[in-house]
Structure formats: structure tokens, C-alpha cells
Design a protein around this ligand. Structure first.
Ligand SMILES: Cc1cc2nc3c(=O)[nH]c(=O)nc-3n(C[C@H](O)[C@H](O)[C@H](O)COP(=O)(O)O)c2cc1C
Length: 345
């Protein structure tokens, strides 16, 4: 048995952190090119409660880039967490401070992403090999801002032995003050697999995540990887884990995953139906178009809304064919809804 709690920093839990721990019972994973602000606003119409993560933004980009474009978000997105990538404690501390001013509820450090681009900058999953550096990073982030700092990690990389390295990682990083982790329950292979293969090929080890919760009962631990349905999420929560993070399924089948989450996971009222979700999106879309944006920038995230429903194919096809045309407006959404309504009639 791991002696998980030795050496943990004394940290008091604030009301905000308690609320986030609750929201993190179900979260939508950070996904580059997918969980942009439009996607998050859409997901927020389906679930009022789930915690939403941004795409990863690197610390140098936050420091030197177009901050409003990289960090701006809609006030309706809360609770929302920014994911940062990086491995320089000073840069990460600075990026965290800047992001905190934008009003994020949480800043998450990426220790799970295996892409070449990320490896070359020495961050992402390769940091599983350097827990002391991760501890330095999160300590600097925590010192620099009142916003809660969390970590998303893998169970190991390459030939590491997860049973050994994961508890050591959690111990070292929690001793620096992190109380909440999302664990993608598979290794990343840094050589030989594409980022996409790294999300499917290395086997999932959920029992190891359960053992981490048993070894570190005071940590809030979310499991991630391969979870496709809400009832699976419920089963993980009932089995003692604190949270479930869902990525691809939430993106491709948003209503199946998030549609009943507020009632089933958070004990609140039932959420809106699919048509109400669209109605809730209309003012946001209209404002985006009025500001010169394209319809497609928003609707590309909405293609899966009717997944599995009669008329879903027509919805997808019309949005895919017409939403990217210059001047495309809300009438395209009405046209795309027609096949769904026809099937429902
Ligand atoms: C398109 C795409 C982009 C991703 N980008 C990120 C990222 O920026 N940061 C990160 O930590 N994980 C990223 N991931 C990994 C997901 O957060 C998640 O860990 C992974 O997809 C496994 O969860 P799932 O099986 O529920 O999809 C990405 C995944 C996908 C599909």
C-alpha cells in the first residue's frame, strides 16, 4: 500500500474550491481545436453544472500572444478551467496570474499530451518523468495566484511502471499543493505512436486509478479515458472516485453525455431538450454573426447534437454544407432542423 498522504502540504479548502470539487464530478476534457469558447458555450447550454476545460494554451503563448483571443471566454461558461502547457515555473506562474485576471475558475497543468510539438518544448506527458519539475511548476503557479491549480496526467509513459511512478508522481505533486487530479488511465508512448493512437492503443487501467484514490483519500481524483456514457460515469462515482472527465464522447454525442448530467450527476432539475438547446444558442450565434463571425465556427461543434436521433444525418449534412458560406445565418439552422422536425412529426 502506498503511504499516500505523507508530506502533503497543509492546504485549507476555500468555498470556491469546494464548489469546483462538486462541479468536477463531471467534466468535459480539454481538447485542442475542439473545446474552444464556442464549443464550451454550446456544452454549457446542455449542462449548467459540468466543469468545462479549454483547449491547452502554452504559457509562452499566454505571455507573448494575443491574450484576448487565447483567453477570452463568455461569462456564461462558468465553471470553466483553463489548461496550460509548459514546464518553466516562472512562465507558468506568470501565465497563471494573467489567466486568473480573466476570471478562470481553475488553472490546469497539462501532463498528459503526447504530441511531438508538445514534447519538443518539454511539456505534456513527458513530464511524467520529471515529477520534481512538475512540483516546482505547480508551486510557482499556486504562489502566483489565488485560483486553484490542478493537474491532468497519464498513468506513466513508455517503459515506466505505472504502479510505481503514478503514486510517486501524485505524492510529489500533491506535496506542492495540488489537491485535484484528472488521470487519463493509460500510458502515453512518446515514440512510435501518433497523438491519436496514444488515445486508443495503450490499454486502459481503471483499477490503478481506484488504487490511487484508496492510497490518497484526501485528493480529488477524476478518471479519464474511454468513458462514453453517462451511466459509466455514474458507476465510477458510485465506486468511490470523485470525478469523471469525458472527452471525445462529450464532443461527438454531447446530448447523450451531458443532456441528463445535471439531474443524474448533480441532483438538479432535468436540463433542456435538444430543441431548447438550439434556442438557447440563438442569441449567442446572432451576436457572433453581428460581430463578423462565421456561422460554421459555432455550428461545427453542434453537428452531434442529434446523434442517434431520426433526422440526424440531415442536420449534419445541411450544417456541414451551408454553414461555412459567407453570410450564412440562423436560417441555415432552421433548414438543418427541418429534417429532424419532419422525422419527429
Ligand atoms: C481532438 C483532441 C484534442 C485533445 N487535446 C488535448 C489537450 O489540449 N490537452 C489535454 O490534456 N488532452 C487533450 N486531449 C486528450 C483528452 O483530453 C482526453 O484525455 C482523451 O481524449 C481521453 O479521453 P476520452 O477517451 O474521453 O476522449 C485531446 C483529445 C482529442 C480527441
Amino acid at each position: 500500500m502506498f503511504n499516500g498522504c505523507d508530506g502533503m502540504a497543509e492546504v485549507t479548502t476555500t468555498a470556491g474550491q469546494t464548489a469546483l470539487r462538486h462541479a468536477a464530478r463531471l467534466s468535459v476534457a480539454p481538447m485542442m481545436d475542439w473545446t474552444d469558447r464556442h464549443c464550451r458555450v454550446f456544452h454549457r447550454q446542455i449542462s449548467q453544472k459540468a466543469l468545462l476545460y479549454t483547449e491547452m494554451v502554452t504559457a509562452p503563448a499566454v505571455i507573448h500572444g494575443d491574450r484576448d483571443r487565447l483567453l477570452g471566454f463568455d461569462a456564461g461558461e462558468h465553471p470553466v478551467a483553463l489548461q496550460l502547457g509548459g514546464s518553466d515555473p516562472a512562465d507558468l506562474a506568470r501565465a497563471t496570474r494573467i489567466a486568473a485576471e480573466y476570471g478562470y475558475d481553475e488553472i490546469n497543468l497539462n501532463v498528459g499530451c503526447p504530441s511531438d510539438r508538445v514534447q519538443s518544448g518539454c511539456f505534456g506527458a513527458v513530464l511524467m518523468e520529471r515529477p520534481a519539475l512538475v512540483a516546482d511548476c505547480v508551486a510557482a503557479m499556486i504562489a502566483g495566484s489565488p485560483v486553484e491549480v490542478t493537474v491532468k496526467c497519464r498513468i506513466g509513459v513508455d517503459d515506466q511502471v505505472p504502479e510505481e511512478v503514478l503514486p510517486a508522481f501524485l505524492q510529489t505533486v500533491s506535496a506542492a499543493g495540488v489537491r485535484r487530479f484528472a488521470i487519463h488511465a493509460r500510458k502515453a508512448w512518446l515514440q512510435g505512436l501518433s497523438p491519436k493512437e496514444n488515445r486508443d492503443v495503450p490499454p486502459l487501467d481503471y483499477p490503478l486509478v481506484h488504487r490511487m484514490k484508496a492510497a490518497f483519500p484526501d485528493l480529488h481524483i477524476s478518471v479519464n479515458g474511454g468513458i462514453a456514457r453517462l451511466d459509466q460515469a455514474v458507476a465510477f462515482l458510485e465506486s468511490g472516485l470523485d470525478g469523471v472527465m469525458i472527452g471525445r464522447a462529450a464532443y461527438h454525442e454531447p446530448y447523450e453525455v451531458l443532456g441528463r448530467a445535471d439531474a443524474v450527476i448533480f441532483g438538479g432539475p432535468e436540463g433542456p431538450d435538444r430543441f431548447e438547446v438550439i434556442d438557447r444558442m440563438r442569441p449567442y450565434i446572432a451576436a457572433h454573426l453581428a460581430a463578423g463571425g462565421r456561422l460554421h465556427q459555432i455550428t461545427r461543434h453542434m453537428l452531434g447534437l442529434f446523434h442517434g436521433q431520426p433526422g440526424a444525418r440531415g442536420w449534419r449534412r445541411i450544417l456541414s454544407e451551408r454553414a461555412n458560406a459567407p453570410g450564412a445565418g440562423l436560417e441555415v439552422i432552421d433548414a438543418a432542423l427541418a429534417p429532424v422536425r419532419a422525422e419527429a412529426a
